[in-house]
Design a protein around this ligand. Structure first.
Ligand SMILES: [Zn+2]
Length: 467
C-alpha cells in the first residue's frame, strides 16, 4: 500500500527518534534487503556444501562472514569454527543488556547430496524461473539462511539495538551427523530460546494463498533397530522347523499389527484442535474426540488409518529393510530387518526397544539399536509470548494466517537444544504448496514471493523476542 504524504513525514520522524534512542526499527524490509537476500541465496546455492570429499561448507561460511561484516557486524563478532571437513558460524548482534540470555537464530548451511545427472538443472547453479528459485538448498534451507542474514543486516542499517544479544548460529552438518550442532548446543546451553529457521513453515493453497502456518514446538525422535535371527542353516533339500526367514517373517507380522499406546501432549492437542476445523468431518470429529479422550477406540482407528495423522498420535515403528539367506539352495543362516521408529516425545529409545522385544515374543531374536548419534527430546512449552510474536511477524507479510502448533517427525537441530532445556521453536516463514516441497529431493525450488514477507517476518520476530 502507498503511504500518504503525512504518514511518510511521520515515519521519517519515528525513524529519526528511533535513531536517537537506538530503538525500534521498521517492519518493512528495504528493497536493498530484498536484493541482498536474493544475492546471498544465489551465492549460497553455488557452494556445494555437502558432507564428504569436496565439502564447500567452510567456503560458504567464509562468504557469509564477509557479507555480515560488510553489513555492519564487527569482524570479531563473527566466528567460524572448522570441524573435520565442515564448519559452523556464530555471529553475535550485540544487545544493550549483557545480563540477559541470548536469543538464538538457528540454521544450517550444509545440504543433502544432489547428483547432476538426476536433476533437470545443475543443483549447485541457482536458476530463477517463473517466480521460483531452483537449486539444492532452495528450500532446505539456504532460503531461510539468506532471510535471517539479510534481516539482521537490515536491522543494523536501521541502528536497531536489541536488549538481549541476538546470536545467529549456522551449523555445518545438520543433514549428516550433527556434530557441529551438538557443539553449538553445548556452547549456548544457557540461551533464552532458539528460533529455528529449518522447521515450521507455511502452506500455500492451490490458489497460491497462505492457508496456515505451522509453529513447530516438538519433534519425534528417530530410531532404527536391527532385528536378527541366526542359526546353523543346512541343505535346502532337508528343511527343518527352524528357519531364520520364517522366524523373522513371523516377528515382523506381529510388529506390523502392533500399535503403540496413543499419546497426546500440549503441542499435539493444540495441533488437533486447530486442524480439526480444516479436516473432513469424520477426521475432524476424530481429532476432537481424541483430544478429549486419547483412549477412544473409534477416534484412534480413524486417525491411525490416515498416514498424515498416524504419526501424530504416538510412536510408530515400521519395517523398512530386510536381508537374509546366502544361497538359493541353502537354508538361511541369517535373516535381518531394519525397523524404523519415530518416537513420541517423552518415550526413550530403551522403552521402544523393550516393547519391540515384548511384541516379537521370540527369545531367539537379537535386537540392536543403531546409534546414529541422534537423541530423544522433550517438547518445548507452548509460550504465549512466542505465539504472539509469530502472529505479529506473520501479519507483517500476510493477512490473517492461522497458526497451528506442530510436532515434527524429526530430526532438526532443535532436538539438541531441547534436550538441554533450551526451548526451541521451528518458525521458518517459507510458504509453499504441500505438493511442491522437494526438500532432500529432485529439482528443489521455492517461490520467490517469500522474499519480502519473509524478511518482514524475521525483522518483527527478532525485534519482539530480543526485547
Ligand atoms: Zn534442513
Amino acid at each position: 500500500m502507498l503511504a500518504k504524504p503525512s504518514s511518510i513525514r511521520f515515519s521519517i520522524l519515528v525513524t529519526a527518534v528511533a535513531l536517537m534512542l537506538g530503538g525500534p526499527a521498521t517492519a518493512a524490509p528495504s528493497s536493498r534487503a530484498q536484493a541482498q537476500a536474493l544475492t546471498i541465496l544465489k551465492r549460497a546455492i553455488g557452494f556445494r556444501s555437502v558432507g564428504g570429499p569436496g565439502n564447500q561448507t567452510p567456503q560458504l561460511a567464509n562468504y557469509l562472514k564477509e557479507v555480515l561484516v560488510s553489513g555492519g557486524f564487527a569482524a570479531g563478532d563473527v566466528n567460524i569454527t572448522r570441524v573435520d571437513d565442515t564448519a559452523y558460524l556464530v555471529a553475535r548482534y550485540r544487545g544493550s543488556d549483557r545480563t540477559l540470555k541470548p536469543l538464538l537464530l538457528s540454521g544450517h548451511i550444509d545440504v543433502v547430496e544432489a547428483k547432476r545427472s538426476d536433476w533437470a538443472r545443475d543443483p549447485f547453479t541457482p536458476v530463477v524461473e517463473n517466480g521460483y528459485i531452483y537449486g539444492r538448498g532452495a528450500t532446505d534451507m539456504k532460503f531461510d539462511d539468506a532471510l535471517m542474514i539479510a534481516s539482521l543486516i537490515d536491522l543494523k542499517s536501521e541502528h536497531f539495538v536489541p536488549k538481549r544479544d541476538v546470536v545467529l548460529i549456522l551449523s555445518g552438518d545438520e543433514e549428516t551427523i550433527m556434530k557441529t550442532t551438538q557443539m553449538l548446543a553445548a556452547r549456548f546451553s544457557d540461551a533464552y530460546l532458539v528460533l529455528n529457521g529449518d522447521s515450521g513453515g507455511g502452506i500455500l493453497g492451490e490458489d497460491g494463498k497462505p492457508q496456515y502456518f505451522l509453529l513447530e514446538g516438538a519433534e519425534k525422535a528417530y530410531g532404527d533397530y536391527k532385528l536378527t535371527f541366526t542359526n546353523p542353516g543346512g541343505h535346502s533339500s532337508a528343511p527343518r522347523r527352524e528357519n531364520a526367514i520364517y522366524d523373522l517373517a513371523a516377528v515382523l507380522t506381529r510388529i506390523g499389527h502392533h500399535q503403540f499406546t496413543p499419546q497426546l501432549n500440549e503441542i499435539t492437542k493444540a495441533y488437533f484442535q486447530a486442524a480439526s476445523s480444516r479436516a473432513d468431518p469424520a477426521t475432524g470429529g476424530a481429532m476432537r474426540t481424541f483430544t478429549a479422550d486419547p483412549t477412544d477406540k473409534q477416534a484412534i482407528a480413524t486417525l491411525t488409518a490416515d498416514p498424515t495423522f498416524v504419526g501424530q498420535i504416538g510412536t510408530t515403528c515400521v519395517a523398512t529393510m530386510i536381508d537374509g539367506g546366502h544361497a538359493p539352495n541353502a537354508l538361511p543362516q541369517r535373516a535381518a530387518a531394519n525397523i524404523n521408529c519415530r518416537i513420541f516425545p517423552g518415550t526413550s529409545f530403551k522403552q521402544v526397544e523393550a516393547e519391540l522385544v515384548r511384541v516379537a515374543a521370540d527369545p531367539r531374536m537379537q535386537v540392536r539399536f543403531i546409534d546414529i548419534g541422534t537423541t530423544a527430546s522433550p517438547p518445548s512449552p507452548m509460550r504465549a509470548d512466542v505465539t504472539a510474536a509469530v502472529k505479529e511477524a506473520l501479519a507483517a507479510g500476510y493477512k490473517d494466517v492461522p497458526i497451528i502448533p506442530s510436532m515434527g517427525s524429526g530430526a532438526s537441530d532443535s532436538m539438541w537444544f531441547r534436550v538441554r532445556g533450551v526451548p526451541s521453536y521451528g518458525v521458518a516463514p517459507i510458504f509453499i504448496k504441500e505438493d511442491e516441497d522437494f526438500s532432500h529431493g529432485l529439482n528443489e525450488r521455492t517461490p520467490l514471493s517469500n522474499l519480502a514477507p519473509g524478511l518482514a517476518y524475521w525483522k518483527v520476530l527478532i525485534q519482539r523476542l530480543a526485547n
